[in-house]
Every structure is written in structure tokens, then in C-alpha cells.
Write a protein that binds this ligand. Structure first.
Ligand code: ZN
Length: 519
């Protein structure tokens, strides 16, 4: 309920310090009133007379238009002496400030998205919540930046009640009972680091050298962090093994928001989900019996965790030099979402968490889901490019057919290499080639994959990912001694009569990994 909007920020102290080349934000969680968070910013120096301040239209990982500016109101700019400067709203996400070379401070109000009355398309796992006991800080919905100054560092001071826990993978540079200070290298960094404040249940586990935080906000306290951490521990241990013995981060945070039953929020009924970040992931999940929820959490957490590989390490220019103001998507969602979804389940088989048949059942469901609900002749690259617009209704296929593309690629690679080189080897090599700080060009990646592996793999991608030919699944699964139970069925089973060669490939594909020494 929003009854009163704060008219303005009451007062602020005169600025005596010269502002450095950085953003200095203060978020006072104690001042949240009627779902409004007052934000104040000591601005970086400006040389132009006019500057544009904006919040994102779209953020990485969502493939949908968010328009976070919708929730920002009452933007005011001031000189160091406290004199107001002209501010003009240009559109939903952008404000123009005049005489900006005299600007020292900016203030505005942010309304939270979870229970807004406004119409919007923000996914709950990328939305903000300002409630008593739970504050979800998804910074794209709170923090803005000036045009051409997105690369400057950000300092964010968060004032909070003393009984609030702060769950985030970011280590504060300063922390007291009622204040945390965080430094971020640039706007990409801050948008990649959500935080959940408030009352919650938390557990930290150690996997190898990595500290893994599990934080759960459950309104009635039914869902606890410990049993989830227990299940995740086996999964992350499996992931470490799967990735060759070392996890790619020293810290990781799983942030779970459980929506109370009957609680009215602004999202379409039944919508839940999760969003990946480089060292954390945020989950918006419905309240359900703990055992069912814990199983769901393992699958979805595995998916978000493996985004560390794609697109957070291996990605194209569209992802690595992200444009927050316009929708510019890559053609390769088969890689970012599809390969991630496949790996999320493959790792559970390779770690022995799932049986062979359980893994095949998951693939079978994807065959059925993909063929029943989506257009099988729409080229996947075309779907990707317009996933936020023309083909938004086909987006869900990235988790179905997208994963099957990777399953077929994995089997085909193992077949061509006689069991020596599978999809995870290819992902490893792509990771080495591009790393976290470089990107590939959309139109070159098939050639690169062909060079790193086999020309036949490039041909597969051209025909079945960029082309409109449906994948003949039975043909590819047969290479690993797996078949549909009957010619018309979509249930995958082990083919006991497969050739010795196919059985050998099947063992490479589905056999449990030897456990690496613990470290
Ligand atoms: Zn994903």
C-alpha cells in the first residue's frame, strides 16, 4: 500500500569536501516509509553544462525490458551551497540536469517493486523490496549513473537497524552495527552484486577454498538455511569436481526470498525464478512444503551457479559491454541459458546425485516440453536476438531445446573424440580463450568452436542452431547408446543392445566422475 509519498528529502548537510571522481551513494534503510527509500548521491564532478542521469531499461540475464526508472521519483540536483539546479525528465529512465558543472548532490526517492501498484514487467528475481524485516537491494532498481561515467567507481553507504543481517557476496570495506560501506569498481560491478538486508536464517559452508553463504528469508520461518546448505554442499562439491577441482570464486552467496502464501505482490500469479550474478544468485520462490522446495532449490541453484561459466565468463560483446539504455541482445542464448541448464543437470549425474535414468528423464521432459510448447523450426539465433521483443513467447525454449542442443553437442563431441573431449572441455577451452575480461563477436563464435573442436561441430551449430532444421534427437542420443523407448515416445532410456562403441561413449557421458581430493 502506498499512501504517502515523501515530498522531498528534509535536509542535507552542506558539502565541504571536494567530490572525487566517484559516486558516493547513501541508502538509509532506517528512513524507509510507505515502501519509499530515500537515496542521496554525492555526484562525481561534471564538466558539461548538461548531463543525463539514468536508471537501466534492461539488465544482463533477464532478456526482458525492466524500465527501472518507473520507480524513481522526485529527482533533485543541488550545488554544494544547496541551491537547486534544473532537472528535466526526458523519458521513463532518464533525467537531464542543467548547469551540471555546479552540481554536487542528487537526491531522489525509490519505490519498491515487489508490491507496487504500477504496471511493470520486472522479474521478481530482479526487483526491489522495502519492507519491515526484508529489504532486497537490487541496485539497478535503486542506483543510477551519468552518461559516459558508468566506468567510475561507486561507494555505497547503507544505514540499517542494528538487528538487520546483510546477505551479499560483497565484503564491506567498513562495517559497524548500524552501517555498512561497500566499494564497487563501476556500474557493472554494482549491478552484479545484490544484497538482502533484514531478518533471515543464514549458514556459511566451505567447499574447497570457497566460502558459500546460504541466506533464507521465509516469512513464517518454516524454511531453514541448514537443510538447503546441506543439499547445496553436495552440489557445489560436485561442481568443483566437474570444473576440474577448483571453483572460480572465493566467495559465493545464495540469496533466497520465499514469498509468503496469500501475500499480494505485483508479479503475475505463479511467477517465480532466479537471477545469476558473478558471485551470487537471487531466488524468488513460492512457499511450499520444505522437502519439495529443497529439491526445486537444488536444480535452480545449480543452474544459477553454472552461469559463472556462461555468460559470466564466456560471452559476446552484447553481454560484456552491456547497454543498459537499449535492448541489444546476443544471438547465443543456446550457450548462455541452454548450456547452463544442461550443465546444471549433467553435473548432478556426474556427481552421483542423480541416477542415469533420472538424468535421462529430465532430458525427456525437455524434449516433450520443447516440441509441445515451442516452435521447433525457429532458428535459435533468431529467437535469441529478439528474445525480449518479437519472440518473447518463445523465450522459455532456451531452458528446453537450449539444454538439448548442449546434450547433443556433448554426445557428438564425445563421439568425434572417442570419449576424450566433451562439452565441458570445450567450455573450458572457450573460457581460457576469452576469460572474464574479453568477449567474442556474435558472428565468429561458430568458427571459433569449429577450430577449437571439430569442423563437424560447427556444421551442427550452423544447421541446427542458426538454421531452421529440427534436431534429429534419436540420431544423436544413439551415438551414446540411448534411445526413445518406442519410436513415437519421447522417453529416453538406455539401449541395452547398443554397439560397444556407443556403450563406451555412454560411460564417458553418464558415468560418475571420480572424486577429486578434498581441498
Ligand atoms: Zn539462466
Amino acid at each position: 500500500m502506498k499512501k504517502v509519498f515523501l515530498a522531498c528529502i528534509a535536509s542535507f548537510s552542506m558539502l565541504s569536501v571536494v567530490n572525487a571522481q566517484s559516486y558516493k551513494y547513501t541508502l538509509d534503510v532506517n528512513q524507509i516509509k510507505n515502501d519509499i527509500l530515500p537515496v542521496s548521491l554525492v555526484t562525481p564532478p561534471q564538466t558539461s553544462k548538461k548531463v543525463i542521469f539514468s536508471l537501466p531499461k534492461i539488465i544482463p540475464g533477464t532478456y526482458a525490458i525492466s524500465d527501472y526508472g518507473n520507480f524513481v521519483d522526485n529527482v533533485q540536483a543541488f550545488t554544494a551551497a544547496g541551491k537547486a539546479l534544473p532537472v528535466k525528465r526526458l523519458d521513463v529512465n532518464r533525467w537531464e540536469i542543467s548547469n551540471a558543472h555546479h552540481m554536487a548532490k542528487l537526491t531522489y526517492n525509490v519505490e519498491d517493486i515487489f508490491d507496487t501498484d504500477k504496471k511493470h514487467n520486472v522479474y521478481p528475481m530482479a526487483a526491489t523490496n522495502f519492507e519491515e524485516n526484508n529489504v532486497v537491494l537490487h541496485y539497478p532498481g535503486i542506483i543510477g549513473f551519468f552518461e559516459n561515467q558508468g566506468k567510475l567507481p561507486f561507494e555505497v553507504t547503507i544505514n540499517k537497524p542494528t538487528n538487520y543481517f546483510a546477505a551479499t557476496s560483497k565484503t564491506p570495506v567498513k562495517t559497524t552495527a548500524n552501517q555498512d560501506v561497500f566499494d564497487f569498481t563501476n556500474v557493472d560491478d554494482i549491478y552484479d552484486m545484490p544484497a538482502m538486508y533484514g531478518k533471515m536464517d543464514t549458514v556459511t559452508i566451505k567447499v574447497g577454498l570457497t566460502d558459500v553463504l546460504v541466506a533464507v528469508y521465509s516469512p513464517n520461518g518454516d524454511i531453514k538455511a541448514a537443510p538447503i546448505a546441506n543439499k547445496l554442499s553436495a552440489l557445489i562439491q560436485g561442481a568443483k569436481n566437474y570444473l576440474g577441482g577448483k571453483l572460480p570464486t572465493d566467495r559465493y552467496a545464495f540469496l533466497y526470498y520465499i514469498k509468503g502464501r496469500g501475500l499480494k505482490q505485483s508479479f503475475p500469479p505463479g511467477l517465480s525464478g532466479a537471477l545469476e550474478h558473478t558471485t551470487s544468485s537471487f531466488y524468488y520462490l513460492p512457499e511450499m512444503p520444505a522437502a519439495a522446495l529443497e529439491n526445486m532449490i537444488v536444480n535452480i541453484s545449480s543452474h544459477e551457479f553454472f552461469h559463472i561459466i556462461t555468460p559470466l565468463t564466456i560471452a559476446s560483446k552484447e553481454v560484456k559491454e552491456f547497454n543498459y539504455d537499449e535492448v541489444v541482445l546476443s544471438k547465443h542464448l543456446w550457450l548462455y541459458e541452454g548450456a547452463t541448464e544442461y550443465t546444471a543437470h549433467h553435473v548432478q549425474r556426474k556427481a552421483g546425485i542423480d541416477t542415469e535414468q533420472q538424468f535421462l528423464n529430465k532430458l525427456s521432459q525437455k524434449v516433450t516440453g520443447s516440441l509441445l510448447q515451442y516452435n521447433d523450426t525457429l532458428p535459435f539465433t533468431t529467437l535469441s536476438k529478439s528474445a525480449a521483443t518479437t519472440y518473447a513467447d518463445q523465450y522459455g525454449n532456451v531452458y528446453q531445446k537450449g539444454a538439448l542442443i548442449s546434450a547433443c553437442l556433448d554426445v557428438y563431441l564425445l563421439h568425434l573424440s572417442e570419449g576424450n573431449y566433451g562439452l565441458r572441455n570445450l567450455m573450458h577451452d572457450l573460457g581460457v580463450k576469452y576469460g572474464a575480461n574479453a568477449y567474442f563477436n556474435d558472428d565468429e563464435i561458430f568458427d571459433e568452436i569449429g577450430k577449437l573442436s571439430y569442423p563437424a561441430i560447427k556444421d551442427f551449430l550452423v544447421k541446427y542452431v542458426a538454421g531452421n532444421t529440427p534436431i534429429p534427437y534419436a540420431e544423436y542420443f544413439a551415438l551414446a547408446g540411448v534411445k526413445f523407448s518406442t519410436p513415437s515416445s519421447k522417453k529416453l532410456i538406455i539401449d541395452e543392445n547398443a554397439s560397444a562403441q556407443a556403450k563406451f561413449i555412454r560411460e564417458k557421458w553418464l558415468g560418475v566422475d571420480p572424486v577429486m581430493p578434498k581441498n
